[in-house]
Design a protein around this ligand. Sequence first.
Ligand code: NAD
Length: 458
Amino acid sequence: MEFKKRILCIGAGYVGGPTMSVIALKCPEYRVDVVDINPDRIKQWNSDTLPIFEPGLDEIVKKIRGKNLFFTTEIEAGIKAADIIFVSVNTPTKTYGEGAGMASDLQYWEKTALQIIKHAQNNKIIVEKSTLPVRTAEAMERILKASNRNIKFEVVSNPEFLAEGTAIKDLLEPDRILIGSHTDAAGTKAAQAIVDIYAHWIPRKKIITTNLWSSELSKLVANAFLAQRISSINSISALCEKTDANITEIAYAVGSDSRVGSKFLNASVGFGGSCFKKDILNLVYIAQSYGLHEVADYWNMVVQMNQYQQSRFVRKIIREMFNTVADKKIAIFGFAFKANTGDTRESPAIFITQKLLEEQAVISITDPKALGNARIDLAGLDNINYETDPYQAAEGAHAIAIVTEWEEYRHLDYQKIYSSMKKPAFIFDGRNILNHCQLFEIGFNVYPVGQPDLNHFK
Ligand SMILES: NC(=O)c1ccc[n+]([C@@H]2O[C@H](COP(=O)([O-])OP(=O)(O)OC[C@H]3O[C@@H](n4cnc5c(N)ncnc54)[C@H](O)[C@@H]3O)[C@@H](O)[C@H]2O)c1
């Protein structure tokens, strides 16, 4: 079949895979190739077990893979053939040199640009899909122009706002699509080519076009605002635990104000995921590098508050279990950084488990999708069991810590679980998802986040 346009995506990860699957689904006249330097990942994308779990993703991939959606390691051929190249490689926090621990590590992004220059034979639109520091496109253009080969690359920013766990829904019905470009004729034309892709299924009024720098910076700011809401409510949860106020009631009362809104106001063990922390630290680094220290300090507190919340959760477990967890079995319910994903990057579960192990607890971890990643995250550590069955994980345990808000944890038979546990039995609900009164009546000592605890010791 002759395709109208060829789209290439470099980077077949949590963003590249689902995003391109939906674009291919909605644009059958375009051919979409997704490439990666990791051959195992590509093999998985071509298998029955995709490398990432996302509700709805399997069905889409199975429907169009091999028709207009292809996963390959043929990066060179892909670059040559493509009209539009999305770059969706990882941009983690730098771990070395200048800006270590804060700035974005742009080495994968730069290597991609160099590959593009090397293999391209005609003009192309390069789309920044990865989250990048503001003004990265400028550096990118310098690299791309350095080839002196009479090929024109137009760089467009199109940050991705999908959330893991709801990626397909977010891609099919996004709140908005953001496309940033230069405002001259060539830039506007390139932006239009990207608008044309999304206009296949997204109403035009939801497609926002801006200048390049606004688009790049908007993504960092959006994540900073989202994370800030979580840290804000979590900071108040600490105050609730001192005053017997109830964070769930406060979140409802405060969130009912339409100027505030109710989303992202659940107190918890804190946020995780590959993006929030790295993007805020990047924002902090950028602010610092422009000498805006007050701005940097302001946003840095969002990250610090998140760390405080995780530490507080561990301290509470130790304190309430009579100041020692040595040789006590603690079942960790949920290891993914949030429900409906197997992703454990920056998951609070990692920190919580490590700290409890340092206190010589015996840990039993259960999670419906993330045990494989948990094993990698905790490789080399002893005294850990991995259980697919939560009942097994809790058997003989002194305590359960709910760390991920998996729906199935709400519906377990807690009477049965209680019977199999050591007494006194504790539940630390780090996500406030359980029926605390019911658990208390069963016999548990219950410790939610930001709510009065229910214990039998009083
Ligand atoms: N994960 C999310 O929820 C999310 C949401 C929005 C935006 N983002 C941003 O999207 C970008 C990608 O994130 P992700 O979670 O998909 O990362 P990821 O690590 O899952 O995927 C990145 C992929 O790029 C590949 N890669 C790296 N260098 C390459 C190269 N030179 N050539 C070919 N492939 C290469 C890696 O092998 C990897 O498979 C990041 O900038 C992230 O901040 C992520």
